[in-house]
Design a protein around this ligand. Structure first.
Ligand SMILES: Nc1ncnc2c1ncn2[C@@H]1O[C@H](COP(=O)(O)OP(=O)(O)OP(=O)(O)O)[C@@H](O)[C@H]1O
Ligand SMILES: [Mg+2]
Length: 219
């Protein structure tokens, strides 16, 4: 799915001041490509990603996902079917096993147990985790392994746009390279649109295109 930013701005309105976090940003992200967004702390990266995830609407301008403005998307449907977000702290359910975490979006859709197990197995293999992981709890895994479970869950969900906010922020360089390789392969082999926010030049180097933000705008 494509995602287009058309003169997007966003302001946080507080009681005493307004912060213009995103300032007139336009760009067309294409399916099959892996993008990196870099920029200093406070430059507006997370805000922009949140808008693309449909968590809020731009104050000005529009975000067009699969031909339709996020204004007109049903928000739950957008989050369930189109866009998924991967975070620095993995956001796995601590009381669920690896397989239960991966199956979660499938169980919500009431997919049959047999089908859900098959799909969960397929996506687990896709992120290079063996069947030994299925019954383990997230807390007993390394950071890199937890992030791979999170990516598998996203894959199970079947989302076509993957947004990642500092997905390797807590990982060493070996795990970072592995996660970025997997994320880029989702673009190149599965046709997803992958957008990674990162501070790490090694991550940006692997992307097909690098966008840099400063004070809410591209530079
Ligand atoms: N909830 C909020 N209320 C008011 N201002 C906010 C809020 N969230 C972020 N901001 C401000 O918006 C601007 C952009 O913040 P944002 O979190 O998007 O930056 P970032 O590029 O993701 O930074 P980092 O690299 O530190 O994660 C900053 O000036 C920040 O202080
Ligand atoms: Mg941020």
């Amino acid at each position: 799915m494509s995602i287009s930013l058309k003169n997007v701005s966003y302001s946080y309105r507080g009681k005493y001041q307004t912060v213009r976090a995103v300032n007139d940003v336009s760009y067309d992200f294409e399916p099959g490509k892996c993008y990196a967004i870099i920029g200093k702390s406070g430059s507006g990266k997370t805000t922009l990603l949140s808008l693309m995830a449909g968590l809020d609407l731009p104050t000005e301008g529009e975000i067009i996902i699969d031909g339709k403005s996020t204004k007109n998307w049903n928000r739950n449907r957008l989050r369930r079917d189109a866009v998924s977000v991967i975070y620095q702290n993995y956001n796995l359910f601590p009381l669920l096993t690896v397989q239960e975490n991966i199956r979660y979006p499938l169980d919500l859709r009431r997919m049959s147990k047999k089908k859900a197990t098959e799909l969960a197995t397929k996506v687990r293999e896709r992120v290079e985790l063996s069947a030994n992981y299925d019954n383990r709890l997230p807390a007993h895994l390394s950071g890199g392994e937890q992030q791979r479970v999170a990516i598998a869950r996203t894959l199970a969900q079947g989302c076509k746009i993957i947004l990642a906010d500092e997905p390797t922020g807590n990982l060493d360089s070996t795990n970072t390279a592995n996660i970025v390789k997997i994320l880029c392969s989702l673009a190149h082999d599965d046709g997803c649109t992958v957008i990674i926010v990162t501070h790490d030049p090694a991550v940006a180097e692997q992307a097909d295109a690098v966008l840099q933000m400063k004070d809410g705008a591209w530079i």
